[in-house]
Design a protein around this ligand. Structure first.
Ligand code: SF4
Length: 329
């Protein structure tokens, strides 16, 4: 607006219209003079994403398949809790990291999302439903957020400014497979987002096998980066640990894991792997597994949670987002 010689507050009106009110057309921006709406016409349609399908589960979890203007697809999931909701966002089309347990990794990497495409996932969900109110954003959908660093940071800022959605950065979590330079760079930003690190294995031998990125950034470097991030930002780091029964949940593995975890204030989030293919590990007795982790970690007061798997029936749970139409859709 300044470039056009207009009052700056018109820029804020457009921003609020797009983000806070989630308008779909310029004509809904009735607070904006008509001449300015006409000047903005080349930017219509305003939505960068189109909803292709919407699937929901009995517990209220909703997954949307979005179509991007270049013909690619992404998926976004809204998970309601009792008094608030969480949206799990995608940051890339596909993912280059190819973790063996992940459906997104199987797609390969197509491209980074723009900051607008990241933000629009939330704007469109907000237009559909505001109950329960949105509180948390987790960058845990398709893609590795720290490999789309600039657009991720821009989106975080857009989400939190007062004329927009005004979401607290403390309620946003960036989940990474352990991109060490990205963790270190994010630690330097004036942002207060939380960090979750998808660890999944306590030894380099095993982690190399299930997360090839470990060959570039081995566990020790990842833990060092986590320690630095925690020192800069306070709070705790969350380590995600997808359970591979009989592989990474043996007593020996848990003891090795403990040696890493005691180095940084953290919590460990155990994730029952969701069935997405024939070669996936079967579901085991999660109570027994939890007991085993507790027996090793309890004296170090490492908080331990078992993530309740939400949305598995619509392939919206961890490791299942694949940005494609199912037969049933
Ligand atoms: S788990 Fe995350 S980092 Fe690994 S392939 Fe899937 S989307 Fe990429």
């Amino acid at each position: 607006m300044s470039d056009w010689g207009e009052k700056r507050f018109h820029g804020r009106q457009v921003f609020a219209g797009l983000h806070r009110r989630g308008v779909q057309t310029l004509d809904e921006m009735t607070d904006l003079p008509l001449r300015l709406r006409d000047q903005l016409r080349p930017w219509e349609p305003l939505d960068l994403l189109s909803k292709i399908s919407r699937r929901s589960t009995s517990d209220g979890t909703v997954k949307i398949l979005f179509w991007l203007r270049d013909g690619n697809y992404i998926e976004t999931v809204r998970i309601p809790e009792e008094i608030h909701a969480t949206i799990c966002l995608s940051t890339q089309v596909g993912c280059p990291l190819d973790c063996t347990f992940c459906a997104t990794g199987k797609l390969g990497f197509k491209r980074n999302l723009t900051s607008g495409e990241i933000v629009d996932q939330v704007v469109i969900f907000q237009r559909m439903t505001s109950e329960p109110p949105l509180r948390n954003l987790v960058f845990m959908g398709m893609g590795e957020p720290l490999l789309n660093y600039d657009n991720l940071v821009k989106a975080i800022r857009v989400f939190s400014v007062s004329d927009g959605l005004e979401l607290s950065q403390k309620r946003m979590t960036v989940s990474t497979a352990g991109i060490v330079p990205g963790i270190l760079k994010l630690a330097e930003e004036e942002l207060t987002v939380k960090m979750a690190i998808s660890l999944n294995a306590p030894t380099d031998t095993l982690r190399n096998r299930i997360m090839p990125i470990n060959r570039k950034y081995p566990i020790k470097e990842v833990i060092m980066a986590a320690i630095l991030y925690q020192k800069m930002k306070g709070g705790h780091i969350t380590f995600e640990y997808a359970l591979l029964p009989g592989i990474n949940d043996t007593l020996e593995m848990i003891k090795t894991l403990r040696e890493w975890l005691i180095q940084v204030p953290c919590k460990l989030n155990l994730i029952p792997l969701n069935p997405i293919g024939k070669d996936r590990p079967s579901r085991a007795d999660w109570d027994a597994i939890m007991d085993r982790f507790y027996s090793v970690l309890v004296r170090d007061r490492i908080a331990l949670t078992l993530r309740r798997s939400r949305g598995a029936e619509i392939k919206a749970a961890c490791g299942q987002l694949a940005g494609r139409m199912d037969q049933s859709e």
